[in-house]
Design a protein around this ligand. Structure first.
Ligand SMILES: *Cc1c(COP(=O)(O)O)cnc(C)c1O
Length: 411
């Protein structure tokens, strides 16, 4: 079976659920992408910027202290060492070169917490493109620093005032812009989500994570790892790591979703708690209420706070190629502290979910080789962690306010 198939389906997931006016843009994108995918010059240019600008290859670091503590061999794929501090730059570089190849004159993007917006603003600055980033008013308020960062980089941040004034409204607004200006505008999506061919394009640009890891572990251990572990938001760092190992049947994939306040409260565990539905142009697992309305997601990690997941993960789940689990906010903070204190590496709160999961895995994987994607660095999260710890200290618990905030958004 060819995956994705001609219509953009990974098994029963994916596809393009789009207004008719977008059909031609997506077709143009698909045709161009097919052309450049095997184009030597294009790939050389991507490789050049990944190396010279972003800092690839990233190291595969043997975490000796953590390994001793957990009784297994833990390797960290250090995407946190990249320029701008996370894996998102891999995709941003790939897609902006695609935009250049297509002769587009303007870049637009949507952003939730602002991390993807910053990556896009960065490459737009590098390649001299005007760049407009749609962001919900509510997110603008909560993520002032990233808004400022984007402005410094020369991007225009457009506040979105509709709906819940968060990521999904920003997405809809960006799509509206794209429909209107498709002739000269490139829409740069940040994860393995959206209508086909985006999930494929983003996964391919992130696959460098897994390709490097495979070479590196073979060199260091002379064999493939037993487990790959990565956090799952939209799914791009995890698929980037997993995909190049797809045919290595002995390598188990574990995707760690955001358990938020717990699996019976607000969370962002779409694969575990969601049902099959359509969001932002693709069929996948979506968090929804009994009427099929999209639920608000919650995670302490802004990058995981999304009520759906990339269709390729839904496909892996359906064929049992990957196993999905969830780690709560509280445990993510423990993972954050653990890696900071044992290895001197402060992980992003997103990656901290994967780090914490290692403690659970250690119980059944003694002596095994485990390769973890450290998708980003934690500097951006220090304030959030501090706030969390302060609230705990006051005995109020971080969940009180968080819950209220979320309920507020729903109104
Ligand atoms: C955005 C982000 C994620 C989640 O996105 P994926 O597409 O699931 O990888 C994870 N880690 C970091 C550091 C991020 O910025």
């Amino acid at each position: 079976m060819k995956v994705p198939n001609k219509r953009g389906y990974f098994g029963q997931f994916g596809g393009k659920f789009i207004p008719e006016t977008l059909t031609c843009c997506l077709q143009e994108l698909e045709d161009t992408y097919k052309k450049v995918k095997n184009d030597k010059k294009f790939n050389e240019e991507v490789a050049y910027y990944l190396k010279e600008y972003a800092g690839r290859p990233t190291s595969l670091y043997f975490a000796d202290n953590l390994s001793k503590l957990l009784g297994m061999k833990v390797y960290l794929k250090r995407e946190d060492l990249l320029h701008t501090g996370a894996h998102k730059i891999n995709n941003a570089i790939g897609q902006i070169l695609l935009a250049k190849f297509m002769g587009k004159k303007r870049i637009i993007a949507e952003t939730g917490a602002g991390q993807h917006g910053v990556a896009v603003a960065t490459v737009a600055s590098l390649f001299g493109y005007p760049c407009e980033v749609y962001m919900g008013e509510e997110d603008i308020r909560r993520q002032r620093m990233n808004v400022f960062r984007m402005k410094i980089l020369g991007a225009r941040v457009i506040p979105v005032k509709s709906g819940s004034r968060t990521l999904k409204d920003a997405c809809s607004q960006a799509i509206r812009d794209w429909v209107t200006n498709v002739g000269d505008t490139y829409y740069l999506i940040g994860s393995t989500v959206g209508p086909y061919p985006y999930p494929l394009i983003v996964r391919d640009f992130q696959a460098v994570i897994g390709q490097e890891s495979r070479r590196q572990i073979l060199k260091k251990e002379g064999r493939l790892p037993d487990y790959l572990v990565a956090c799952v938001g939209g799914g791009s760092n995890s698929l980037g790591l997993f995909y190049p190992f797809f045919n290595d049947k002995g390598v188990k994939f574990i995707g760690v979703e955001a358990g938020g306040f717990g699996l019976s409260g607000f969370n962002a565990a779409s694969l575990i708690k969601g049902r099959v539905g359509v969001l932002h142009g693709a069929k996948s697992y979506v968090l929804q209420d009994k009427f099929g309305q999209i639920k608000n997601a919650h995670s302490i990690a802004a990058g995981l706070d999304y009520p759906a997941v990339g269709p390729e993960h839904a496909f892996y789940k359906s064929m049992n190629r990957a196993r999905y689990t969830a780690v709560t906010d509280k445990c993510a903070i423990k993972g954050f502290n653990l890696l900071s204190q044992v290895e001197g590496i402060i992980p992003a709160l997103e990656s901290s979910h994967a780090v914490y999961y290692l403690k659970k895995l250690a119980k059944k994987a003694a002596g095994k080789i485990v390769l973890v994607c450290l998708s980003g660095r934690g500097d951006k999260d220090l304030e959030i962690v501090q706030e969390y710890i302060n609230k705990r200290a006051k005995g109020q618990g971080a969940r009180g306010k968080g819950n209220r905030e979320k309920k507020g958004e729903r109104r």
